[in-house]
Design a protein around this ligand. Structure first.
Ligand code: GSH
Length: 332
């Protein structure tokens, strides 16, 4: 029996090699160990289909735990698209590492099959969200950044979330949020070494500080949203990451330098967004914790799902009181 220290050294060494192999299954990294998100199979924004207004002509495929799908789901909700685009929620299959349909869809039982019938390259990741055209029998777009732009153009009853007058500012924030916050939490969690994690973590929290300042200025001017008085795509992309912060990204991805309650304007903004009609119905804290802690084996080998804070307490002030600031704004 080797002494415990030698045993630990050996286990560490063996585990490190296996861990890096397993992490490769979660996504690629560059030579410095920084996580790099793979490109989407149907990455271009298509033009608005001629049959856009046709009821049930299109299907938005989402998963409950995915933040990229969540932004598409929110855009679909806020734009009032339920009458023209069906929403289809796929289920995770953690043992197989893929999404599956609860009941067969378009002759397919898994999302990977639907990707293949849509013409995606063999081995390309079958990701959510994806917008499927029933008449064309294929996926039109699966890059969420482009998909939400398309959904904003789709004829719907809800407000314009990407107005021309604010577009430059919205784009500046979207660009920064995409790299340092939306993907930033994954760059923390999927970093292969300390330096890669430190870089991503610093960028994440400096952006949260910039957001806090921006929102404080806005609230002082009587404007409750990131780019002014109306909700925009910049708010839409921020919410899925921030609503998962305490439940998943802080404990699992190491995004825990400062809890969100220490950013009062940002916490108030999150509470206001959560209160918008239809938003709470797109939030599934149990599914988030189950899918992240249960599926990301290399980050959490025990598979034990930790208890998490009650979502209602996260979108309320201390003692469950409503947060100070403006009352919820309607998206209309
Ligand atoms: N570029 C995509 C990324 C979407 C993505 O990574 N989705 C994950 C869930 S959060 C997924 O479906 N992964 C399945 C897989 O990689 O096989 C987007 O923003 O739409």
């Amino acid at each position: 029996m080797p002494p415990p220290a030698a045993l630990v050294r050996t286990a560490r060494c063996l585990w490190r090699g296996q861990w890096l192999t397993l992490m490769g299954g979660l996504g690629p990294a560059d030579a410095e160990g920084r996580y790099r998100r793979p490109a989407a199979a149907f990455a271009e924004r298509p033009s608005l289909p001629a049959a856009a207004a046709e009821p049930s002509g299109h299907v938005l495929i989402v998963g409950r735990s995915c933040p990229w799908a969540h932004r598409a789901w929110l855009t679909w909700t806020l734009r009032g698209l339920a009458d023209s685009i069906d929403l289809l929620v796929v289920e995770p299959d953690p043992a197989a590492g893929r999404w599956r349909f609860a009941t067969p869809f378009a002759g397919c039982t898994t999302l990977a099959e639907l990707y293949r019938t849509s013409g995606s390259a063999a081995g390309a990741p079958a990701t959510v969200p994806a917008l499927y055209s029933r008449s064309q029998g294929r996926i039109l777009v699966n890059e969420s950044a482009r998909l939400i732009e398309l959904l904003n153009d789709w004829p719907g009853a809800g407000p314009d979330l990407w107005p021309t007058a604010q577009r430059e500012m919205i784009e500046r924030w979207r660009e920064r949020l995409q790299g340092s916050v939306n993907d930033g939490v994954y760059r923390c969690g999927f970093a292969r070494n300390q330096a890669a994690y430190d870089e991503a973590e610093a960028e994440l929290f400096s952006t949260l500080e910039a957001l806090e300042e921006q929102l404080q200025r806005g609230v002082a001017a009587g404007e409750g949203w990131l780019c002014g008085a109306e909700v925009s795509l910049a708010d839409v992309v921020l919410f899925p990451t921030l609503i998962r912060l305490e439940l998943v990204y802080a404990p699992l991805f190491g995004c825990s330098r400062r809890p969100l309650w220490q950013f009062p304007a940002l916490a108030g903004w999150r509470a206001r967004f959560f209160a918008l009609p239809g938003v709470a119905a797109s939030c599934f804290p149990e599914a988030w914790r189950r899918d992240y802690f249960g599926s990301l084996f290399p980050l959490h080998p025990s598979g034990i799902i930790p208890a998490g804070a009650d979502l209602a307490s996260l979108v309320a002030g201390p003692g469950g009181l409503p947060l100070p600031g403006k009352p919820p704004l309607s998206p209309g």
